[in-house]
Design a protein around this ligand. Structure first.
Ligand code: GRF
Length: 207
């Protein structure tokens, strides 16, 4: 199986997936890492690990709906040149058009650093602390046209500790993400997810 990972920045989740894929000998490879930002740090990691990289710079497309559609079409063209079975968003900071999402329906995953449906969008950790939440966490979900919605594949929690600021909480959640995202991607790669409406079941037993 072939995996393409989309990033916009640091790419630490992408790194975790690359390592898990190799160390656990998944029946899969990360075929390419694609970024919408030429300066994404994760591109260096990918190149250093012999993985193909590509950049589709959203800034070259301008602004507005037509630009967004053109960007998504070019992104899809580049992704499809690697013929992926699974497409993974890992800190990819662009809103995708319904057409793009539809093209990869059922094989497009995202990770979001909150317990969805709480706190979709940005600044999740600030908002969780501000709301007085005692737990926070991360959600892996199938991507649908609505931002940070879509059937939930996996969720895990960490405590919010007294005195936490957003940075401390983000760090704790990120550690969790690095453990849960690779296993969720592996389930999808191995065909172990049964999707029925909003419900996703993992067929392979416990993670
Ligand atoms: C992660 O917290 C992820 O949940 C969010 O963006 C961050 C990306 O971090 N969507 P990295 O680029 O994987 O290090």
């Amino acid at each position: 199986k072939r995996i393409v990972i989309l990033i916009s920045g640091r790419g630490s989740n992408m790194e975790a997936i690359v390592h898990a894929c190799r160390d656990q000998a998944w029946p899969a490879e990360v075929s390419a890492v694609v970024s919408n930002r030429p300066d994404a740090a994760g591109l260096t990691f990918a190149a250093n690990h012999g993985i193909a990289t590509a950049v589709v710079d959203h800034k070259a497309f301008g602004k507005g709906d037509a630009a967004r559609a053109a960007f998504d079409q070019e992104l899809a063209r580049v992704i499809d040149s690697y013929a992926p079975d699974v497409v993974v968003l890992a800190g990819f900071m662009r809103i995708l058009t319904p057409e793009f999402v539809q093209r990869y329906a059922g094989r497009l995953l995202n990770i979001h650093p909150s317990l969805l449906p709480s706190f979709p969008g940005l600044h999740t950790h600030e908002r969780a602390i501000e709301a007085g939440c005692r737990v926070a966490g991360a959600t892996v979900h199938l991507v649908t046209a609505e931002l940070d919605h879509g059937p939930i594949v996996a969720q895990a929690v960490v405590p919010v500790l007294d005195g936490d600021n957003a940075q401390a909480l983000a760090q704790r959640v990120l550690g969790l993400e690095h453990r849960m995202y690779p296993s969720a991607v592996r389930w999808m790669v191995c065909g172990e997810l049964a999707i029925s409406g909003n419900q996703v079941r993992h067929l392979g037993g416990e993670a």
